[in-house]
Ligand binder design. Structure first.
Ligand code: AMP
Length: 276
């Protein structure tokens, strides 16, 4: 496994990789969710590139860029056996002085996470477009955990004729259902216990859906009531939307994306489930 920090060197080594090349972009502090993407990339390709880059432009001014958890040595040890190249550029390497371009996807970036985190997806699409240009993967792997991100990246790749396939991989969960996330490390034991209510509410939606409930408002309301019973939880949004356009639904038609952002103490967590 080679660890590379410069774009020039990444480009050079890219030429020597065996095709096809699978690529997994991450912000590091790796867990089993990330590793499931890496494993799928390994299974479907001859070479695997993983990037670790905490991208400042996708964090809002009051968000956790500075405090975002980092542990490069641990990340590299986890990747060693399954990765050919780890690309770990500095912020100055990715955004040198004078950098002044953006990649922006339209309407779907204004909804859900985009409504709560203005500018977030512009930061994501800009850095992912750069990473795609640098790594030139055959396939790139994203987690269903960040459902809207995966939809937006697919749209960007299609609209801008990027020559690669974008693959979405299932969400990996803790035994109590909490979606794995680098940010779970912010939770104290009491908050960690409370966070299980997020998956609990998704399961409730799934249950109502299986019983035949098709009124989106009624499902949203039941989810809200369940979460409000947990004193440490504070809802940012609960959405039941068309899985592709991300437009809110009145009547639930498959495939529908049930998604949410909930603060547990000071930690903002997101999760989702597709009803089909
Ligand atoms: P991040 O480091 O949080 O930017 O995540 C890097 C990639 O891993 C993104 O495509 C995420 O959607 C994906 N990912 C994060 N957590 C999970 C999880 N629990 N299950 C599956 N994929 C995940």
């Amino acid at each position: 496994m080679k660890v590379i920090e410069s774009i020039a060197e990444m480009r050079q080594l890219r030429q020597q990789l065996r095709e096809p090349v699978g690529f997994v972009p991450t912000m590091g502090y790796l867990h089993k969710g990330h590793m499931s993407l890496v494993r799928q990339a390994r299974n479907e390709n001859k070479s695997v590139v993983v990037s670790i880059f905490v991208n400042p432009t996708q964090f809002g001014p009051k968000e956790d860029f500075k405090g975002y958890p980092r542990d490069t040595q641990r990340d590299l040890a986890m990747l060693e056996a399954v990765t050919d190249i780890v690309f770990m550029p500095s912020v100055a390497e990715m955004y040198p002085e004078g950098f002044d371009s953006r990649v922006e996807v339209g309407e779907i970036t204004g909804r859900l996470e985009g409504a709560s985190r203005p500018g977030h997806f512009r930061g994501v699409t800009t850095v992912v477009a750069k990473l795609f240009n640098i790594v030139q993967p055959t396939k790139a792997y994203f987690g269903q955990k960040d459902a809207q991100q995966a939809v937006i990246i697919k749209k960007m790749a299609a609209d801008l004729d990027m020559n690669l396939e974008v693959v979405t991989c299932p969400t990996v969960r803790e035994p109590d259902g909490l979606a794995m996330s680098s940010r779970n490390t912010y939770l104290n034991p009491e908050e960690r216990r409370a966070a299980a209510v997020i998956y609990g509410s998704l399961k409730l939606a799934q249950e109502r859906w299986s019983e035949g409930e098709r009124n989106a408002d009624r499902i949203r309301k039941e989810m809200t009531e369940l979460i409000e019973k947990e004193p440490l939880a504070d809802i940012d949004y609960i959405s039941i939307a068309d899985a592709e356009s991300l437009e809110e639904l009145d009547r639930v038609e498959p495939p529908a994306l049930v998604s949410m952002a909930v603060r547990i103490g000071k930690t903002r967590l997101i999760d989702n489930m597709v009803l089909e």
